[in-house]
Design a protein around this ligand. Sequence first.
Ligand SMILES: Cc1cc2nc3c(=O)[nH]c(=O)nc-3n(C[C@H](O)[C@H](O)[C@H](O)COP(=O)(O)OP(=O)(O)OC[C@H]3O[C@@H](n4cnc5c(N)ncnc54)[C@H](O)[C@@H]3O)c2cc1C
Length: 600
Amino acid sequence: MTDTNVITHDVIVVGAGLAGTWAALAAGREGVTDIGVLSKLHPLRSHSGAAQGGIAAALNNVRPVADTGPRGPLEPIPVGDEPVDSWELHMFDTIKGSDWLGDQDAIEVLVKEAPEIIYEYEHMGCVFSRLPDGRIAQRRFGGHSAPRANYSADYTGHVLLHTIHEQALRHGVKFYPEWYCMDLIIEDNVCRGVVAMDVLTGKLYTMRAKAVMFGTGGYGRAWKITSNATANTGDGVAIAYNAGVPLMDMEFVQFHPTGLYGKGILMSEACRGEGGYLRNGDGDRFMEKYASGLMELAPRDLVSRSEQTEIEEGRGVGDDKQGIYLDMTHLGAEKILSRLPQVRELALEFLGVDIIHEPVPIQPTAHYSMGGIPANADGQVIADGDGTPVVGFYAAGECACVSVHGANRLGTNSLLGASLFGRRAGKSIAKFIKDGAELAPISGDPTQKHEARIQHLMSGPTDKKESVAQIAAELKETMTKNCGVFRTEERLQKALQDIKQLQERFKNARVMDTSRRFNTDLLGAIETEHLLTFSEVIVASGLNRQESRGAHFRTDFAKRDDEKWLKHTMAYKNGDDGPKLGYKSVNIDWEKYPPQERKY
Ligand SMILES: Cc1cc2nc3c(=O)[nH]c(=O)nc-3n(C[C@H](O)[C@H](O)[C@H](O)COP(=O)(O)OP(=O)(O)OC[C@H]3O[C@@H](n4cnc5c(N)ncnc54)[C@H](O)[C@@H]3O)c2cc1C
């Protein structure tokens, strides 16, 4: 290493979404002064800012009007009246939503601290939608038995991210916008820093730190139809895995029931929370058949499967009959314009449909990664099934698996989890630094390996090499076809085979742009390599899990099998041989919340 390519901070956070920014802010508030936050995007373009529908907490501000049933209209709860919601109810809903794979000790932390973090956002000036008396408005969301989604029209993530970003700046956090993390340096189970590229110049740096935190977000971009931003390529997950950290529960990927038809762009669950219907090609509200209690507000895994069943049985809509209608025409212009303005704009812009007047065609879309880097409720990354921490390495948000979402996340629990576990990670990092953490030495120059990787991608005859874009397209095709809402041994084997071949072909991939300044061609290649790395783990973990639980549905093993499979998957990198799979027990309170059949 030369002095010119080494940067040192006490703490390096990778990711400027809600998880990373909260971690930086919380550590800053505890007195850590030297914090650098890297983001491959401008921080405010992080995917957290695209979140629409809401953030969960049992605030008890609204309830259904008496005698109108659980789906009736909502009214403010007069101050002093009996509460309808509680952290216990939120906890049970989350456990049931997770299909009993969520760790119950972590879920308890999530739901108990939820109101506090909402009020913290409020005190920072976050512009929530309000009730007439000024309290925060709430609406319904799938799988939640009370209206507990706190929101700001359908721009919730946008307002939360802006609020917290300002606070981080105020606390002197240093942001590195458009810096790309390429590697995580762990030696002898001690994290020592990262390798990163300043995208503007293309120069590589070793960034040394006493503690590193990953808040690198999700990885929906491995599928063709996804609600995720282009940047959601799971870099952090792949980088951690390559550095020897296991990945947990990667087979559990959520398909959101309402992505715009053919595009995948999200029509928030708030559309159904505000009373929208799902209809098949015959005009029927088919959810009656699959979840007569909660109807359209059943959890996402169940609704997506119901839609897919309707489609596969020939009752779909759209040109190739692969869609379903989301019908909000009965909600009225006023409600749509005040509560769902963004959703209306998206449908208008991308499909030319005005949801005030017509139903909009939608389809399941790859949306959320329940699995990821295993971390405890204090954000410490763990190295094995016994919970041994990787010293100095932390993770929170969608790239992490705590695991509060288990096999299926409930809507609005993610903004909550990213904020709350980000904040907890920041606090425990501050403690680690104050307890005397030291800068650990790094052997050799870790940038050299990546310099060689870049040279390899940029060299060789242009006509003989594989196209990165083509490889990425084929990966997305096979993941969509063979590792989607419904899975089988045969389909997963096919996906695995395809991924292996694509990985081989990638060795001959070449990027055409050989400049170093803002080379998006090069970044695209590195991201594609990451997609290939973790997709293999998703498919291998899914192949092994011979049961159906939450979002992982095997038509050849259609039942949940608690005897064999009530356990977390832990996938360890094993050279080029594909992951070595191990398992970890689920934390369950057998007296209070024993596994039950999951019906809605
Ligand atoms: C369209 C949409 C709507 C949603 N709506 C809701 C909702 O209403 N309620 C809810 O609870 N959840 C919702 N979710 C889910 C939720 O928004 C996300 O799970 C959550 O915001 C993730 O936050 P995060 O901080 O973990 O990651 P992100 O906000 O995705 O941030 C990731 C950060 O990591 C950085 N990064 C990644 N890789 C690198 C790298 N290699 N080098 C440097 N930086 C890197 C990025 O630049 C970015 O700053 C929605 C998701 C989507 C896609």
